[in-house]
Every structure is written in C-alpha cells, then in structure tokens.
Design a protein. Structure first.
Length: 421
C-alpha cells in the first residue's frame, strides 16, 4: 500500500517507492491490511493545507517526508467510520485545518483504499441518490406550496448551497427530514459547524438560522413530512443551536401534530443538557432521542462542549428519563482515532450507555483540526487499542446495543409501544 500525496495545484499522485503510514491521534503508525476498504462511492479526496506527507521507506523502515507536496486525506460518506488519520506533519503549526473529518487514504491494487469500516447501510445517505437537478425542481415546488413558511426557505438554502442530505429529504419527501428550530445554544462546542467566535481560528462552514419559527410553521413542516409509516422528522440540525432551548414551541407543535396523525416518528438531536426541557419534550410524544456526545469523562466533555449551566450528569438524567418512557435513545458519538479507543474513554462510555439504556451508537467522524483538538483534551491515561479493536470491544461489552451511523426506525417492540400510546 503506497503513499498518496498532492502537488501545489491539488493534483493527486501515488508514490510506488514509499509505503503509506497514518496517524492514530498524534502517533504515526503503520496501516494494517484489515483496516482498509476500497474508497466508498461518494468520497472526496482533499489535500491538507500547510502539511507535508509522511511515508515509510520499505527497505529501512525509516520515515520519509515529501517536501514541496501536501498530504492527502479522504472525506468519506456517512455510514463509514474512520479508523486512522492521514500521515502528515504540519509545516505551519499555527495553521488550523478546515473542519472536516480526514481519513487516511492509500494506493493499493491500482485503486484508492481508505482506513475505515462500514458501520451502517449507506444507501439512504449516498450523495448519488440526491440528484441536484431533481432537487432544485422539488425545492421550487415546495417553497411555492408553502410561501409563508420561513423554515422551508431556510432549508432550501441548506439543501442547495450546503447540499445537506437531511434537509434535501424534506423536499424529496422521504426518510429523515430536518426541522431546525433554534438559533440559540446552551453549549459553545469547540468544533461547532454553524457558529464560531472570531478568535477561534476556524471558519464555520454553515450559517446558523437567525429566526424563531412559529408553532404553525413547525406543525406545517411536520404534517407535510410525516405522511409515511417510516418517515422521521428531526429537531436539531447542524444549521441551528440546541433545539431543546425552544421547548416552549416544540411541545405544543408536537401535541398538535399527534392530535392529527400517529404516522412516522418524531426525533430530537440534542445535547440533552436541559433535563426539564427534555422531559417535557419526551412527555409530548417524542419517539426518538439522539444525544450528541464526545466523551463520558467530565473533563473531556467540558473541554469540547463548553456547556453553559449544565453538566454531563444532566445529560445522563435526560437519557435515563427518555429510555424509561419508551423513547428509542441513541448517542451521536463524535469519534476520533487515538481518543475514542483510549482505555479510560471506553470504560466511561460503556458505563454511561449501560446506565442510561442507550439502544444505538451512531458513530460519527469528528470534523476537527487534529492538533487543536488533541491539545485541549486530557492526555491518554491508559492503553490505546486502535479503532478496530475498540469497536470490537464495544460489541462484546454491549451485545444488545446496535453500532451504526444513522438514526434508525426503531425495532418492532418500540413501534408497538408507540401504537399503544
């Protein structure tokens, strides 16, 4: 497996005399054959600015830098979990890489391969299933149908400009659709993709919504989308803050919808820090709750999320309550090689999942500049297992918990609970 690199113009090459290596956290490491899969459809190769690619001399085992070139990483689709980062050294330590999830890529058997694993069925989230020409027409139709609804106007921008697949589903009228509701947040996440302070050095790739929807607007979007048994409408998107801060409009909107239809599923993507608000939303008829997290260790969680007036204990209590009320609960686990697979991180998260009754782990690649992230969180305290082995340990320790990547329609027993009301 050979090193992949790029020139200053972005042209990508492979080097048949240099073996590829990768990073697990801040450690340069060899890549094992069992860690590689063919480059998935919908992936994008990108050069990493202000970096030098690093490989291995096959004869001596020594490290080789390719000065004058840049490292290359792959941005892989949802449904695939990154196992290793690209092998590189920064030429400018003050440079922060754009907020993407970079995956190690190699040249092998006359094709590109990546250090990743398939964690879920990617069909519904393959960009190839979202043809832009068709989407433009559907956006135009929907906005004309609901001319006064600001949410659809906002989602049209998300779908066409950001190519957000969840927002696009609102217009394709299928699968999981978006329902952004909040421009405020009770956390200041270091890697927030919709709002960054000027001093952060990052550029937020999305613009946060800037208005408060009405209950009528929420109901209109929900009723339009929830017309099929397996449809899902989700509060809490990348273009907004924390949805539970808007419980005062979410709760009456949900009640109105459930008075009119029991079709489909209502989901919230939340940090679950506002326990009382979360309980109210659960009691209004919530079906699914996906809790965003990066760690079950307070020091690590607080360093990234920078919570405002809540703690990790509040998150646990929200999850416990939702599970106790028959809500199908999951975690949106922001994963980073060299951190996710730390012994102490795994032990804390497994205990958190067992305590709270989480049914599904949605593995998501953390979009972040690696050096910035590693410098702000606690150092490793125990063994680092590697992503592949770590996932296998989760499967052994949590045999009844699904490891995937997406929000799932719940299993049959949860559907029966929903039907009984």
């Amino acid at each position: 497996m050979y090193l992949v690199y790029a020139d200053k113009k972005g042209q990508v090459y492979d080097h048949s005399d240099v073996l590829a290596i990768a990073r697990n956290g801040d450690i340069l490491t060899e890549i094992l054959e069992e860690e590689l899969i063919p480059l998935p459809d919908g992936s994008t190769l990108v050069s990493l600015p202000d970096t030098v690619p690093v490989g291995m001399d096959p004869e001596t085992g020594g490290m080789i830098k390719l000065d004058g070139y840049t490292a290359v990483g792959a941005l892989i689709p949802q449904g695939f979990t990154r196992l290793l980062l690209p092998g590189y050294i920064k030429t400018n330590k003050d440079c922060k890489l754009p907020l993407f999830g970079y995956t190690a890529v190699v040249w092998k058997d006359d094709a590109f391969w990546v250090a990743a694993r398939k964690s879920d069925e990617p069909h519904n989230w393959n960009p190839l299933n979202f043809p832009m020409d068709e989407l433009r027409g559907l956006v135009d139709q929907t906005v004309k149908k609901f001319p006064e609804n600001r949410i659809y106007q906002h989602l049209s921008h998300c779908a066409l400009e950001y190519e957000c697949l969840t927002a696009s589903n609102n217009f394709f009228h299928r699968w999981e659709g978006s329902l952004p509701v909040s421009y405020t947040c009770n956390a200041g996440c270091y890697g927030c993709i919709s709002e960054q302070p000027e001093e952060s050095g990052f550029i937020a790739p999305q613009t946060r919504m800037n208005f408060k929807p009405t209950v009528d607007e929420l109901v209109e979007v929900m009723m339009h989308h929830l017309e099929k048994p397996d449809s899902i409408i989700s509060f809490g998107q990348g273009c907004e803050g924390e949805p539970s801060t808007m419980a005062s409009i979410i709760i009456p909107a949900m009640k109105r919808v459930r008075e009119q239809t029991d079709m489909g599923y209502i989901n919230i993507n939340t940090n679950a820090g506002l326990t009382d608000h979360s309980k109210g939303i659960v009691d209004a008829g919530l079906d699914l709750m996906r809790i965003s997290t990066i760690s079950a260790i307070d020091e690590h969680y607080n360093a990234y999320y920078r919570p405002r007036a809540y703690t990790l204990e509040n998150v646990a209590r929200s999850a416990e309550y939702a599970s106790s009320q028959g809500v199908y609960t999951s975690i949106n686990y922001l994963c980073f090689p060299g951190v996710f697979d730390r012994e102490e991180e795994m032990e804390a998260m497994i205990n958190f999942i067992k305590r709270t009754g989480i049914k599904l782990i949605q593995m998501r690649n953390l979009n972040i500049d690696p050096e910035s992230y590693l410098s702000m969180i606690p150092k490793a305290q125990g063994e680092i297992f590697g992503m592949k082995q770590a996932i296998e340990i989760y499967q052994q320790e949590l045999p009844d918990v699904i490891i995937g990547s997406f929000t799932h329609v719940p299993p049959e027993q949860f559907r029966r609970k929903k039907m009984r009301g």
